[in-house]
Write a protein that binds this ligand. Structure first.
Ligand SMILES: [Zn+2]
Ligand SMILES: [Zn+2]
Length: 120
């Protein structure tokens, strides 16, 4: 199966930056990143893909996904992680972390519908 690999871009928006990509679902999810902020911006796309951008986005994304799992929101889902870098509008680079969900059947439109009963 072909893995979707997002291409991130950063642009200046008002007093901060927006790190976005064109998602396979047709959306353009945007993470709002403030210069010097320890908190990474993120967006969780309607299709289940997540990206975080800013300072050390990976641990923040992992904490976010761990919390979702606790809340039972990601039942049956596992994620493939990736990271990237984009040019910050104020110079230097911004780190990006992203997670692509598996198991929901969303990323593979051509999957065949084998409705197995899962043993409990
Ligand atoms: Zn979408
Ligand atoms: Zn999407």
């Amino acid at each position: 199966m072909a893995e979707f690999s997002p291409v991130f871009t950063a642009r200046k928006f008002k007093d901060h930056a927006v790190v976005a990509y064109e998602c396979a679902c047709g959306c353009t999810p945007m993470a709002h990143v403030y210069q010097g902020s320890a908190e990474a911006g993120h967006e969780h796309c309607c299709c289940g893909r997540v990206h975080f951008a800013g300072l050390e986005p990976m641990p923040q994304m992992e904490a976010y996904l761990a919390q979702r799992r606790i809340e039972g929101l990601d039942e049956g889902l596992s994620y493939a992680f990736g990271d990237a870098e984009v040019q910050a509008p104020w110079g230097g680079t911004l780190a990006v972390a992203y997670a692509l969900p598996h198991g929901a059947g969303l990323a593979e439109p051509e999957h065949d519908h084998d409705h197995h009963e899962h043993a409990h």
